[in-house]
Design a binder for this molecule. Sequence first.
Ligand SMILES: Nc1ncnc2c1ncn2[C@@H]1O[C@H](COP(=O)(O)OP(=O)(O)OP(=O)(O)O)[C@@H](O)[C@H]1O
Length: 302
Amino acid sequence: MTGLEIDGISKRFGDVVALHEMTFDVRPGELFGFVGSNGAGKTTTMRIALGVLSADAGEVRYDGAPVTHETRRHIGYMPEERGLYPKMKVAEQLTYLARLHGMPAADARASAGKWTERLGVAARRDDEVQKLSLGNQQRVQLAAALVHEPRILVLDEPFSGLDPVAVDVMSQVLKEKAAEGVPVVFSSHQLDLVERLCDRVGIVRSGRMVAVGTVAELRAGGALRLRVDVPDAGDGWADGLPGVKVLGRTGSVTELELGEGADDQAVLKAALATGPVREFAREQPSLTELFRSVVTHEEVAA
Ligand SMILES: Nc1ncnc2c1ncn2[C@@H]1O[C@H](COP(=O)(O)OP(=O)(O)OP(=O)(O)O)[C@@H](O)[C@H]1O
């Protein structure tokens, strides 16, 4: 198995079970989106992958071998709490960080120059980090994760607080890194962005991975929905159909969810019985809707 593997990681903080047998893998060249509600365990997983925190059980592997101190030098990490020295100048800081990861001085300087340019902060190279806006600090933070040309990227909410232009720059850079064969995992609450950008997505709930797959796979696994446009129908036209839940009605369009044992042909018959049917379409839930149903499930179960 190549790439990054998180295999059965468990972690408790006192009585709090932060992670329970968390398992997923990020393949070389893949952009993997890690999503979940606040406190679900994303940051803890990333910290364990980085070795900043130790797991109670389980293993993190890279290219089939347990991640060691040496392997960790090749991980580019963007921590949630952001980890720059506020009083150090941008280029100086990036060069220093690259040197810490073992880059020779000249290469480190060149790489700092390249990444400040690429991320649109070249004009701020000689400013102290604390003098930059938060969004620009975040660009520098990404540069810090990239400056030593890592083989793995682990980014904790890299998109939070960025303006749309910075989101585009960040997305482009992550895609390029993935295209170079780097496994890229990032957490985000911006599900539209995750849906657009990621090859695969993992949804985590209460420290467990509850769904993982491509966006298309996850959507296909969600409940089937129907959108039915019946202009002459009365309000209760779909009530009482077995396994059918009416989600709502806007104008003449009724949205339905089909559960176990529901028959879409019976829905069509009921629709036709009301008069003309202008639209009868199957719809798959968006990632945001899937996420909501997972979170609601959690609340019901809790
Ligand atoms: N150092 C710590 N001490 C005690 N509890 C902790 C510690 N770090 C995390 N936790 C707990 O572990 C659980 C998982 O937290 P974590 O920060 O990994 O979630 P998250 O998915 O990153 O959340 P968010 O989306 O809010 O950043 C939470 O219940 C949190 O309170």
